[in-house]
Ligand binder design. Structure first.
Ligand code: PNS
Length: 172
């Protein structure tokens, strides 16, 4: 059985990620979507919520699992029996960083291959960070993210506005 791992922060998952996930799941017997705690980034959604949103969207796919991990990706791949890392590439600007990571992971575990899937052109402009920014400024994210993420973003920023209003009131 050929297992692959698709790692990322997924803060939150976008339709661009789902495009890569669906195509990778077609290529492998088992695909593990691995939600990573990235110490360099303060996430909008806590790890548990990122996992839950992905699990909800991917519930119907029998060969896809959602897991989370801390630590090195190569160690997680070994533990889960994954022989391939799947990454999505949007533009040339992604390439430098992804190339470095692929070479470093190869150095750490030579038997582990990284493969890149080109993002479908509809999603070439899409990133979790732009989705977070649009939602935080009250813009529409319909069509950019699955509907459960759309709701979660609306609720997150509604609550934040409520809290900010509450703080203003308290200050007055
Ligand atoms: O969605 P992101 O934040 O661009 O994903 C980056 C990620 C999580 C894939 C990368 O940071 C990663 O693999 N982290 C795990 C820690 C690790 O193995 N670091 C060494 C990479 S060379």
């Amino acid at each position: 059985m050929k297992t692959a791992v698709y790692p990322g922060s997924f803060d939150p998952v976008t339709n661009g990620h789902l495009d890569i996930i669906n195509r990778a799941a077609f290529l492998f017997d088992r695909l593990i979507v691995a939600v990573v705690r990235n110490p360099g980034k303060a996430p909008l959604f806590p790890m548990e919520e990122r996992v839950a949103l992905l699990q909800e969207v991917l519930a119907a796919h029998r060969n896809i699992e959602v897991q989370s991990f801390n630590g090195l990706l190569v160690d997680f791949a070994e533990k889960t029996g994954s022989s391939v890392i799947v990454k999505g590439l949007r533009a040339l600007s992604d390439f430098d960083f992804e190339y470095q990571m692929a070479l470093m992971n190869k150095k750490l575990k030579p038997s582990l291959e990284t493969i890149f899937l080109m993002t479908s052109e509809n999603f070439a402009f899409l990133s979790s960070s732009s989705v977070r920014e649009i939602a935080s400024l009250g813009g529409r994210v319909k069509g950019l993210v699955p509907s459960n993420v759309e709701k979660a973003l609306a609720s997150k920023f509604r609550n934040r506005k409520g809290m900010a209003r509450g703080q203003d009131v308290a200050k007055d």
